[in-house]
Design a protein around this ligand. Structure first.
Ligand SMILES: NC(=O)C1=CN([C@@H]2O[C@H](COP(=O)(O)OP(=O)(O)OC[C@H]3O[C@@H](n4cnc5c(N)ncnc54)[C@H](OP(=O)(O)O)[C@@H]3O)[C@@H](O)[C@H]2O)C=CC1
Ligand SMILES: O=C(O)[C@@H]1CCC=N1
Length: 269
């Protein structure tokens, strides 16, 4: 199956626009893309910014070869009801919605439509995204390759069994927010100790980028890298002891389990 057919992005909010901009950066022509949006103001903004056609959901679903669904999980039943009459089995549906299973989508579309479930993340905006993809009941290798072709425009792509998608959502889908939370906390600590906010921000952002690069480029276990920073009887040991005393590790486990559970619940709303 070709990855060069027309691609429609239905719902161009934060994640839809991230994918759209990534596909354009990767060399797709605006004419190969269609988007839909329900607010006129937003539609005008995207048309102006990217030069793509903004059409109705029904027009997009009737015309495009690949339909990428990027509305909130709660909006998915209405969107599927709207497009179902025009969707055909030769099209591929790619869903980026948290918690929505391929079975949920398949049961609301004509029989035989291939559905790929994807969990992307926002670093895709700078081509450092992490996306996990899973096959639905009617997918073959070509449908997975098509989804990989779309998502690899903005970062890494891995294949996972669909039963792992709620955990993936909790780790890499929501993950950037946890990192930003840590970054905010470190900047506030710097400001609390008297550093100018700009200096604290520069120190923290570069420390996070450098640490991420060290993890990726050395392939070392994070514990080993942390031990290298932790001089005996030094500053890091004093800080890590406080993190352990405040049960930060346990808090991360609970937080990530809460995200996984929320993902499981979303399809039922
Ligand atoms: N943000 C993230 O980091 C990630 C998000 N996702 C998934 O991506 C999806 C979108 O999330 P996000 O981009 O954050 O949310 P947004 O609210 O920013 O985007 C959703 C967009 O879809 C529009 N929309 C809703 N219903 C329709 C409809 N029937 N037809 C056309 N457009 C419609 C919304 O319009 P309006 O503004 O009028 O509501 C909005 O612009 C979700 O399912 C989420 O789970 C997945 C991974 C990461
Ligand atoms: O918060 C959410 O529900 C979405 C899914 C993963 C990241 N953002």
């Amino acid at each position: 199956m070709s990855v060069n057919g027309q691609v429609a992005i239905l719902g161009a909010g934060v994640m839809g626009e991230t994918l759209l901009s990534g596909l354009l950066r990767a060399g797709r022509r605006p004419g190969e893309l269609l988007i839909t949006e329900r607010r006129q103001e937003r539609a005008d903004e995207l048309r102006e910014r990217y030069g793509v056609d903004v059409v109705t959901n029904v027009e997009a679903a009737a015309k495009a070869d690949t339909l990428v669904l990027v509305v909130k999980p709660q909006d998915m039943p209405d969107l599927l009801a709207e497009i179902a009459p025009v969707v055909r089995p030769e099209q591929t549906v790619v869903s980026l919605a948290a918690g929505i299973t391929t079975g949920f989508i398949e049961s609301r579309l004509p029989d035989g439509v291939a559905v790929v479930r994807v969990m992307p993340n926002t670093p895709a905006l700078v081509d450092e995204g992490m996306a996990a993809i899973s096959r639905g009941a009617h997918c073959d290798e070509s449908h997975l390759e098509l989804a990989e072709g779309l998502l690899s425009a903005t970062g890494k792509v891995v294949r996972v069994p669909e039963k792992q998608q709620d955990a993936v959502t909790a780790i890499s889908g929501s993950g950037p927010a946890y990192i930003f939370f840590v970054v905010e906390s470190m900047i506030e600590a710097g400001v609390h100790m008297g550093l100018p906010r700009g200096t604290a921000t520069e120190l923290v952002v570069q420390t996070v980028v450098g640490s991420a690069k060290l993890l990726r480029e050395t392939g070392e276990h994070p514990t080993v890298l942390r031990e290298r920073v932790t001089s005996p009887g030094g500053t890091t040991a004093a800080a890590v002891r406080e993190l352990e005393d405040h049960k930060v590790r346990a808090a991360f486990l609970s937080a990530i389990e809460a995200a996984r559970n929320r993902s499981r619940d979303l399809a039922a709303e």
